[in-house]
Design a protein around this ligand. Structure first.
Ligand SMILES: *[C@@H]1O[C@H](CO)[C@@H](O)[C@H](O)[C@H]1NC(C)=O
Ligand SMILES: *[C@@H]1O[C@H](CO)[C@@H](O)[C@H](O)[C@H]1NC(C)=O
Ligand SMILES: *[C@@H]1O[C@H](CO)[C@@H](O)[C@H](O)[C@H]1NC(C)=O
Ligand SMILES: *[C@@H]1O[C@H](CO)[C@@H](O)[C@H](O)[C@H]1NC(C)=O
Ligand SMILES: *[C@@H]1O[C@H](CO)[C@@H](O)[C@H](O)[C@H]1NC(C)=O
Ligand SMILES: *[C@@H]1O[C@H](CO)[C@@H](O)[C@H](O)[C@H]1NC(C)=O
Ligand SMILES: *[C@@H]1O[C@H](CO)[C@@H](O)[C@H](O)[C@H]1NC(C)=O
Length: 926
């Protein structure tokens, strides 16, 4: 005995623990912390005593003992306030519990609650074990491996209210067990091995409210078991082996509120088995094998609030099965084989049901009549739940549902939680995320969702939150995922009211599959790459739509095109990327079509371009790729445009000549901010040298070098001299040159009339019949020679050299005169025109178109038709003046050469003295 050593410590503890301290007077016990440890050194057992709740509860635990509970070595304890005792881990005592308690200084008659838990090596309870505990109200003997319960066990405890003898090994129980406990309220015989409970086991227990017989071996519920049990409110028969029950087994239980038949082997419900359970609130029939439920099974259970038929074998439910359950709030039908549900099955009025679990069935809902998979178009009436407007939770996981029913968004005002995981949904759009409640959870895990189509417009969900689960779907990384991904990634979606509050709870596990079959995390998805194929495209090209920059990507590569395809069919409000790589296009001229002005990115690499006309470049173009063509130069205007638009260029693999002609191009490339993607591919045609490595001098070796400058200056001086001399000689020999030019019909534009006529001796040669001599000599010549402007006139009588051959005379006269005036009269036609020589000479002169002829009709002449051909030609000449015409002189002077001063503003000196008047004496000469 060494306890005295600890006495001072114990005393300090005593002082510290205070008023409800274990009376340290217990001998053979030692106080550790607030626990008394009592060791029976002889028996080798150790007990611990623990007081709680101000001394009203005593816990006695057996630390190490194999023998019956025996506290006789402890004495002198005094616990007068203890009302509740809990004995843990001990075996049964050889005396009554009343004696044990008494030995610990407790008044047994004060004890109302007695618990014996986790006992070891228990055998049979004896009928005297509760002796002395007359006031016991709560008795719990839980988990003690007890096998036998004697018939008179409760005889001492007539006040018992609560009995719990769970987790023991009772196989049978005496029929009159509860005869001595008339006030009992709760009986828990859970987890024993009872196969049959005695008939009328609970008879005359008018206070009995709750019975728990779960987890026994009960297989047959006979109608006698619950005879006269009208007070019972809760009956738990779960986890037995009940496969059969009498149809009137519950007939006396009008007060029953809670009935649990979970986990039995029922395959069918007897007809009307619940028909007297008018108070029933909660019925659990889950985890049976129920295949058949009579149609009116629940017709009388009108107060039922919760019904579970989870995990049965139901293929169908009778029509109207729950229709009378007007209080039904929670209905669990999950884990069956239901293929269809009908709206008439559910309670009327439809204002009660708020929780419905239809998970793990075979349900699918009819699509709309067009069989179009557009969730928000499915007609409401077709949907069996559409009248259950109070639904808050709808669980439809693991069915065969192919779309999100639109009633969720349009009818269920209070919906907060939807589980559609494990279905076959392939698509949903933003309509499916519009709910009435502030925060709604939608579980779409493990479906086959490929597309989440938010278009580009985003729903005005405003302040409402939608919590999504999306793991395990088959999302496709394409343009249809663009808007949704953008929201999910928290990027601005360009809405005034802010993005809808969509939270994907399992975002870290949500992937989409891209074209290359790679999985990409949705929250890390590069939105700029999302595209979709556009079905209608141009020719054999393929079109992609890219929502990120509202781009249409037209791919026409490797199609053998020789022309740029016509873009007319494209929508007009979209930017275009045109890829014409690897074709045989030699000109960009078709880019002039109006639609081309939408092209922002043009790839014409590996084609046959050898020249780019700057007018072909659409002014919207930002990116131009002309690699691998035949380009040898870019014209100055083109370079100017490329410079101004600051275009991104790819120019490599063209045969750029590295010569003086490429200096502009080189300078263009040298601009530091130039956006050329492939400087390293811009090489000289004749080698591997990079154009950018060259400078002006190496590009054009003689340019600007001193020798060259000298030579250039010399050449320039020479050229200048040459030019001056040339000009001088030109002026000197101008006429000759011009005449030569004129004669050979070259450069006619260079020769003016004045210049041609500059050296002519006469202003006019007058050809007339000598019979009209008087008119010529007295009227015409004096007037022309004397009045201003004065003309020099050649008359063939006067000015001709005598003896010359007449034909030559005429030709010379015509040639020496600026004009030839013919006085056309009947005399002229008769005498002059008749002379062959004259006619020939005139005709010849006429052919010279530069010799302008003025015809003056003098007197009456025969009608034009009677004149001969040549003469008609004469008359048809434009200058045709009739003598006697009121404006005769004006017209004549107009037809005459205009004196230079009238044109040039200065008077040319006229040397009238030079007039050569040659009098001709040739008779009848022309
Ligand atoms: C009791 O005291 C010991 C030390 O004396 C300590 O190790 C132990 O944790 C305490 N136990 C409790 C339950 O306070
Ligand atoms: C316990 O019983 C004894 C004797 O009957 C009595 O004196 C005492 O007051 C009781 N204690 C309590 C707390 O009721
Ligand atoms: C139940 O009580 C009635 C009257 O109180 C009595 O006649 C009957 O014998 C009792 N039944 C049992 C089994 O004790
Ligand atoms: C009905 O009884 C079972 C078993 O006793 C219990 O688990 C359940 O909570 C009870 N239900 C209600 C609503 O009281
Ligand atoms: C498209 O390709 C097919 C087969 O290669 C060819 O026969 C057809 O002419 C092409 N159409 C156009 C519009 O180029
Ligand atoms: C321009 O178009 C080509 C081919 O279509 C593409 O490879 C390139 O990435 C585009 N450039 C830009 C900046 O979008
Ligand atoms: C470029 O195109 C314009 C308009 O089609 C045309 O007038 C011009 O002659 C072309 N320039 C060259 C050098 O071909």
């Amino acid at each position: 005995m060494a306890s005295w050593k600890y006495l001072p410590v114990l005393l300090i503890w005593t002082w510290m623990v205070g008023i409800f301290d274990v009376a340290s007077a217990c001998t053979n016990c030692l106080k550790k912390n607030d626990t008394l440890t009592c060791i029976d050194e002889a028996g080798g057992t150790e007990y611990q005593l623990n007081l709680q709740s101000e001394g009203t509860i005593l816990e006695l635990s057996c630390v190490s003992h194999m023998k019956p509970l025996n506290v006789s070595f402890i004495s002198d304890c005094d616990f007068p306030d203890v009302e509740e005792i809990e004995i843990t881990g001990c075996s049964l005592p050889g005396v009554s519990y009343g004696d044990v308690i008494l030995h610990l200084g407790i008044f047994p008659e004060n004890v109302t609650t007695f618990r014996v838990r986790n006992g070891i090596n228990q055998d049979d309870l004896e009928k005297w074990h509760l002796d002395g505990m007359d006031n016991l109200m709560i008795l719990e003997m839980h988990n003690n491996k007890l096998k036998i319960l004697p018939e008179e066990f409760f005889v001492p405890t007539t006040n018992l209210r609560f009995l719990k003898m769970s987790f023991n090994s009772f196989t049978t129980l005496p029929a009159s067990l509860f005869t001595f406990t008339p006030f009992i309220e709760t009986i828990n015989l859970e987890s024993n091995e009872v196969e049959v409970f005695p008939d009328a086991f609970f008879v005359n227990l008018t206070n009995l409210r709750e019975i728990n017989l779960s987890n026994n071996y009960l297989s047959d519920l006979s109608s006698h078991l619950f005879i006269d049990s009208s007070a019972i409110e809760s009956l738990d028969l779960s986890d037995n082996r009940i496969s059969r029950m009498d149809e009137d087994v519950f007939q006396d239980m009008g007060s029953l509120k809670n009935l649990t038949l979970l986990g039995n082997l029922l395959t069918a419900l007897p007809e009307g088995v619940f028909s007297n359970l008018i108070s029933l609130r909660h019925l659990d029939l889950s985890s049976n094998l129920i295949k058949y439920i009579p149609a009116n099974s629940f017709d009388k259970t009108v107060n039922l609030k919760t019904l579970s038929l989870r995990n049965n074998s139901l293929n169908v439910l009778p029509d109207k099965i729950f229709i009378q359950c007007r209080s039904l709030q929670t209905l669990i039908l999950s884990d069956n084989n239901l293929k269809t549900i009908k709206s008439e099955m559910f309670p009327i009025p439809e204002t009660s049901l708020s929780y419905l679990d239809l998970g793990k069935n075979n349900l699918s809902f009819a699509r709309n009549k067009f069989n179009i998979l557009v969730a928000h178009d499915s007609p409401l009436d077709d949907f069996p739940l559409s009248r259950q407007i109070e639904l808050k939770v709808v669980i439809l996981n693991d069915n065969k549902i192919e779309f999100i029913p639109s009633v969720f968004n349009r009818v269920f005002l209070k919906l907060k939680n939807i589980d559609l995981s494990g279905n076959q949904i392939e698509y949903f759009d933003y309509h499916s995320l519009r709910f009435f409640e502030e925060s709604v959870t939608l579980n779409l895990k493990n479906n086959k969702i490929k597309i989440i189509d938010f278009h580009d417009r985003v729903p005005p969900i405003k302040d409402k939150e939608v919590i999504l689960f999306l793991e395990g779907n088959e999302l496709v990384c394409d343009c249809r995922l663009y808007a949704f991904s953008k929201i999910v990634q928290g990027k601005p979606v360009g809405l005034a009211e802010g993005p809808p509050n969509i939270v994907v709870k399992d975002i870290d596990n949500v992937h989409c599959r891209d074209q290359d079959d790679n999985l990409e995390h949705l929250n890390e998805l590069d939105l700029t790459t999302l595209t979709c194929t556009v079905r209608r495209c141009i020719g054999n090209c393929t079109c992609l739509h890219r929502p990120h920059d509202w781009m249409l990507i037209v791919n026409c590569d490797h199609l053998g095109l020789t022309h740029i395809p016509n873009l007319v069919d494209l929508p007009s409000n979209i930017s275009v990327t045109l890829n014409l790589q690897n074709n045989s296009i030699s000109s960009l001229q078709d880019l002039k079509s109006p639609r081309s002005s939408q092209v922002v990115n043009l790839t014409v690499s590996d084609n046959r371009l050898s020249f780019i006309n700057e007018t072909d470049i659409p002014n919207t173009l930002k990116i131009l790729d002309v690699r691998g063509n035949n380009l040898t130069s870019l014209t100055e205007p083109l370079l100017k445009i490329l410079n101004e638009t600051d275009m991104i260029l790819s120019l490599g693999n063209n045969p750029w000549p590295c010569d003086c002609g490429s200096i502009d191009f080189l300078n263009f490339l040298h601009v530091p901010s130039r956006k050329v993607t492939d400087f390293e591919d811009i090489k000289c045609a004749d080698g591997e040298e990079l154009l950018l490595d060259l400078n002006e001098y190496s590009l054009c070796p003689f340019f600007m070098q001193p020798m060259v400058i000298v030579s250039l200056v010399a050449i320039a001086v020479f050229l200048l001299l040459f030019a001056v001399l040339g000009t001088v000689s030109f002026y000197k020999y101008k006429q000759g040159i011009k005449v030569w030019l004129f004669a050979h019909r070259f450069c006619l534009w260079a020769i003016t009339e004045d210049e041609m006529d500059a050296n002519k001796k006469y202003d006019a040669f007058i050809s007339y019949s000598h019979k009209d001599e008087e008119f010529v000599n007295t009227v015409l010549v004096p007037k022309l020679e004397s009045e201003d402007p004065k003309y020099r006139i050649c008359l063939h009588y006067r000015d001709w050299i005598p003896g010359e051959y007449i034909q030559n005379q005429i030709l010379q006269s015509v040639e020496a005169s600026r004009r030839t005036i013919v006085i056309l009269s009947s005399n002229f036609i008769e005498s002059v025109w008749g002379q062959l020589e004259f006619k020939a000479a005139h005709s010849q002169a006429l052919q010279d178109k530069t010799n302008r002829i003025i015809v003056i009709v003098y007197g009456e002449i025969p009608p034009e038709s009677e004149l001969d051909e040549k003469l008609q030609l004469y008359i048809s000449m434009k200058t045709y003046i009739k003598w006697g015409d009121a404006k005769f002189w004006e017209k004549l002077r107009y037809a005459m050469p205009h004196p230079p001063h009238l044109k040039k503003g200065h008077r040319r000196r006229r040397d009238t003295d030079k007039l050569e008047l040659v009098k001709s004496d040739s008779k009848g000469g022309a």
